[in-house]
Ligand binder design. Structure first.
Ligand SMILES: *[C@@H]1O[C@H](CO)[C@@H](O)[C@H](O)[C@H]1NC(C)=O
Ligand SMILES: *[C@@H]1O[C@H](CO)[C@@H](O)[C@H](O)[C@H]1NC(C)=O
Ligand SMILES: *[C@@H]1O[C@H](CO)[C@@H](O)[C@H](O)[C@H]1NC(C)=O
Ligand SMILES: *[C@@H]1O[C@H](CO)[C@@H](O)[C@H](O)[C@H]1NC(C)=O
Ligand SMILES: *[C@@H]1O[C@H](CO)[C@@H](O)[C@H](O)[C@H]1NC(C)=O
Length: 952
């Protein structure tokens, strides 16, 4: 404390009254300024004599003392594009010289960036403060309890939206002293460790506004002994994952006008007591898990103008739900959000009578029928979202002509047929237009050209057979989202798109050609897969890139080092191109969010860089079908989240590392086929509890099949700890997508893998016997041990592998009889035991009856019984194939046919998984759906921003 007092003293000594401004206060401000970082020189005016004229400083007209300090950063509309990095934010330290402003009643530091420091404790000594706005000032660490000394404070805003500083409040006791407080915003402050917060807040008898959104609260008291905050008008507790029934004390907040409980896990029934909240205007209950609502829940709520019941888990007829909204409310309702439920029925007889409606969102329900004429006459409509239902009918410019106020239109993914003439001039200026699957083609809709405020445009799957017009990139300065995939759009992109504010660009599955244009710096999602693009894959550094999907093109050249600078990358898919050279050795070093790295089907060479081991979140690593060589770097053992490791069809060599089994605990696919791996199969591999696909075939492996092979337990489902990992974060955009992408992909994987639980060790130099323990693999469907040097018998335990559909042990040195138990395998549809030394009678019965192709058994001269020609009753053995017909040429022919049969078998089982289009499509559509979610998440953020801005 001593140095601070000294400082204050020295400043105070110089105190002399100057014209219109106290010298003490002026010096205090100068000391304050000196500690600040002001990158854009916003405080340039802070030097003249009269400090009352300085920017942001307000003095009393009567006493001359400083009353207000307003240093709110100006909010640039485009700032959100830069993820909170506000270029003109003040930062640095806050000097205690502010304490000399004895009369300061109003302090606003909002939208700056003080991430280096905590909120200063001395703020608690600014005794006259009535207004303190630190919203999005991004202070760090714990909020000091000293703030509780501000007994005159009316307004406290600590909202930390868009800050990543982990500001938190653990204890709320200090709040109880702030008896004058009527506005309290703690949103986006971490309250996950807070105890008794509601009890403390309940001590604030004047409270009118309370925002506790995104505070990581997980619980909320459902009952209170008394309720003090009955003057509360606005209560927001959204996005906190609270898992609870609706708290009973809510129904005593009878003055409440605005209630937002959206994005939590509230469950149970929306009760009749809701109707006690007669003053309610705005009600957000979306994204919770309600079972339903009581018939009278809404009965008194005539003043309600905004109702959000999106994604609450309702199903049944939509009319039945609407009937529960009283008539008086239906007349007044302006905003109706009912998306993401399972509602059936149509819009007839209700929607058109809600004549005050400005916004309707019925996205993603099961609604059908045509849109009633009356709906097209709701002339106040600004938002019409009907996406992803089964609506039908023709829409022409006639219907749209009454909607002059429309700003957000989404009709995508229905069965609409849009017939709009190309010279139509729409009566509206849209911000959002989503018309995927609306039959707009074959010409590109030229009527869009006048939409100068458009931010989002979606025109996928419209049968457009045309070129992409150049005006598209210039029509609106706000264009951030363009999704025009799955059309037959031809031509090239312009040389540069870097003047467009694009965050999201998806032109996949078209017929575009030529090189990549210069891309916008802020681009976050780029999907150009399934086109005919050529040239290098990136020509500049894109710092914000999260998804880069360029598969199925003809990109060539080396992988640019610029890729490593995209530190937010989550999915990098450059598969099926003509890329060559080495994988950059910097890849992975600072990309801790990368989940999918898919480079298959290129001509990459060199080694796997050890830097890939830094990708601690990596789930899918597919480098198959390249020319990579060397050993598997040991750093990969740190990629502990790997679900799919595919290095097949390369030139890798050395041994298969032991740590694969020890460290990659959630591995489901290990695919090392067609390489030069040698040594024996490490038994540690059998510890991989989630493994579904083990393919080590076509290598130089020797040694025995590990005895412990029966320990592969073939657990169903996706590893649970893995899922936990993806559930980090709640609603922030990147975490949300991460969760969905990989969940989506993993879901697709698990679906496919469920069909193919398989082991392929064929074409190696394995010797020894087939362990009896193989019988423990009771979920295994595909087993291929062919073309090795295995000896001994086919174990009788094979009959326990009840799920087995395909068994191939051809071209080994197996002897003895074929176990009779084989006949009990009900699903066996493919069998090959050819070219061994098996003998005796071929078992018969059940499934084996259908496997009557003699080539299954060929090359085993001592086998007898059908389907061979050999008769078992005679002891004489007529050798049909084998030594007698030991014609090298013929043998070679047979060899080829066996290999061919084997290859075909391989494709039946793996074709879908690896290379086929259908798999790629499911894979991509999973990601595609994710984009929609990404888009939803971005949109939600924007809505929140807008709501917030609207209120301020
Ligand atoms: C001081 O006077 C000016 C104009 O004379 C007025 O606009 C302003 O609101 C007054 N400020 C205060 C704090 O009274
Ligand atoms: C409100 O809170 C104060 C402080 O705890 C308490 O003394 C008072 O009884 C409460 N008022 C009501 C009506 O419960
Ligand atoms: C809420 O209101 C009901 C009925 O008006 C009353 O019986 C109950 O005590 C109140 N609850 C609290 C916590 O004040
Ligand atoms: C919510 O809590 C219930 C038990 O009270 C539990 O069964 C359910 O799984 C929880 N839901 C979530 C999403 O955590
Ligand atoms: C709408 O769907 C229902 C089933 O939910 C069906 O019975 C009805 O025929 C459909 N109506 C139209 C117009 O397709």
């Amino acid at each position: 404390m001593a140095p601070i007092s000294l400082l204050l003293l020295t400043i105070a000594i110089q105190a002399l009254s100057a014209s219109g401004c106290y010298e003490t206060e002026r010096n205090a401000l100068l000391a304050f300024k000196a500690d600040l970082i002001d990158p854009r020189n916003r405080l340039a005016s802070w030097k003249s004599q009269n400090c009352c004229t300085w920017k942001g400083v307000v003095c009393s007209n009567t006493t001359g003392h400083i009353l207000k300090l307003n240093l709110r950063n100006s909010y640039d509309n485009n700032d959100f594009l830069y993820y909170g990095k506000r270029p003109s934010a003040l930062g640095g330290k806050i000097s205690p010289s502010l304490l000399l402003l004895n009369h300061l009643g109003h302090l606003d530091l909002s939208l700056n960036n003080f991430s280096e420091i905590r909120i200063p404790e001395f703020f608690g000594s600014l005794k006259n403060l009535r207004y303190l706005n630190l919203s999005e000032a991004c202070f760090s660490a714990m909020v000091p309890p000293q703030l509780g000394n501000l007994s005159k404070l009316h307004y406290l805003d600590l909202n930390s939206f868009d800050c990543d500083t982990n500001i938190r409040v653990d204890n709320f006791l200090w709040l109880a002293h702030m008896s004058s407080l009527h506005y309290l915003d703690i949103s986006s402050v971490n309250m996950s460790f807070a105890t008794n917060w509601l009890q403390s807040i309940n001590m604030l008898p004047s409270l009118k506004y309370l925002d506790l959104s995104t505070t990581s609260l997980l619980t909320i008291p459902t009952s209170l002994p008394f309720i003090n905050i009955t003057t509360l008008r606005v209560l927001k507790i959204s996005s906190s994952r609270i898992n609870s029934t609706l708290p009973r004390w809510l129904w005593n907040l009878t003055s409440i006008t605005h209630l937002d409980l959206s994005f939590n896990e509230f469950h149970g029934i929306i009760p009749d007591e809701l109707s006690c909240l007669k003053s309610l205007n705005v009600l957000f209950l979306g994204s919770n898990n309600f079972k339903g609502m009581s018939p009278k829940a809404f009965s008194n709520l005539c003043g309600l103008n905004t109702l959000d019941l999106g994604g609450v888990g309702f199903s049944g007829e939509i009319n039945k739900w609407v009937e529960r909204l009283p008539n008086c409310m239906q007349k007044n309702l302006q905003i109706l959000y009912f998306p993401y439920n399972n509602l059936r029925g149509n819009l007839l007889g209700w929607l058109e009578y809600m004549t005050s409606l400005t916004e309707i969102d019925l996205t993603a329900n099961l609604l059908n029928g045509t849109i009633p004429l009356g709906v097209w006459r709701l002339t106040n409509l600004t938002r019409l979202y009907l996406q992803s239902n089964s609506f039908e009918g023709t829409i022409t410019e006639v219907q749209l002509s009454h909607l002059q106020r429309l700003k957000w239109l989404d009709l995508a993914y229905n069965s609409f047929n849009m017939q709009i003439s190309h010279n139509w001039i729409p009566p509206f200026q849209l911000k959002t237009l989503h018309l995927a699957s609306c039959n707009l083609g074959p010409k590109f809709p030229t009527w869009l050209q006048g939409q100068t405020q458009l931010e989002e445009l979606g025109l996928s799957k419209n049968g457009i057979v045309d070129t992409l017009p150049n005006w598209l990139w210039n029509m609106s300065r706000s264009l951030t989202y363009v999704h025009i995939s799955n059309n037959q759009i031809k031509g090239k992109l312009p040389l540069t798109l870097d003047h467009v504010m694009l965050l999201y660009l998806n032109l996949s599955s078209s017929q575009l050609e030529g090189p990549l244009p210069a891309l916008p710096q802020i681009l976050s999602v780029l999907d150009l897969s399934n086109n005919f693009f050529v040239g290098p894959i990136l020509n500049a550094t894109l710092l914000r890139l999260q998804y880069l999907l360029l598969s199925n093109n003809s990109f060539d050249g080396n992988l640019p080092f610029a890729l490593c600078e995209s530190t937010s990358l989550q999915v990098l898919d450059i598969s099926n191109n003509k890329l060559s050279g080495e994988i950059p050795s910097c890849l992975g070093v600072s990309q801790d969010q990368l989940l999918v790295l898919d480079m298959m089907n290129n001509t990459l060479s060199g080694k796997i860089p050890t830097s890939l081991g830094e990708l601690r979140a990596l789930s899918i690593l597919d480098l198959s079908n390249n020319r990579l060589s060397g050993k598997i770097p040991s750093s990969l053992q740190y990629c502990r989240q790997l679900v799919n490791l595919n290095l097949g069809y390369n030139n890798f060599s050395r041994t298969i590392p032991k740590w694969i089994g020890e460290s990659l605990r959630v591995l489901m696919v290990l695919f090392l086929r067609s390489n030069g791996f040698s040594g024996s199969i490490p038994s540690q591999i059998t510890q991989l509890g989630y493994l579904r696909v083990l393919d080590l075939s076509h290598n130089n492996l020797s040694g025995c099949i590990p005895q412990s092979i029966g320990e592969l337990s073939w657990k169903k489902g996706v590893p649970t700890d893995h899922m936990l990992f993806f559930q980090y974060g709640s609603f922030d955009v990147s975490a949300g997508t991460a969760y969905l992408v990989v969940k989506g992909a993993a879901r697709e994987y698990s679906k496919l893998l469920y069909l193919v639980e398989s082991i392929d060790l064929s074409c190696n130099n394995l010797y020894g016997e087939i362990p009896n323990e193989i019988g423990d693999l009771q979920a295994l469907q595909y087993l291929n041990l062919s073309m090795n040097h295995l000896t001994g018998h086919i174990p009788d335990q094979i009959g326990m592998m009840h799920a087995l559909e395909s068994l191939d042990v051809a071209m080994n040195k197996l002897s003895g009889t074929i176990p009779q138990s084989l006949a009990t395998l009900n699903f066996l549809s493919s069998l090959n035991v050819s070219y061994n030394n098996l003998s005796g009678k071929i078992p018969s019965g059940y499934q084996l009856q259908t496997l009557d192709d003699p080539s299954i058994y060929i090359g085993n001269p001592y086998l007898c019984g059908p389907p061979t020609m050999q008769n078992c009753s005679t002891n004489e053995t007529t050798i049909i194939f084998g030594k007698k017909s030991h014609d090298r040429f013929e043998r070679l022919g047979l060899y080829i046919s066996v290999v061919l049969g084997f290859v075909i078998g391989f494709w039946i089982f793996f074709g879908t998984l690896l290379l086929s289009r259908s798999f790629r499509n499911t894979y991509f559509s999973a990601i595609d759906r994710t984009y929609d979610r990404l888009y939803v998440a971005v949109a939600l953020t924007l809505i929140r921003l807008r709501r917030r801005c609207g209120e301020m």
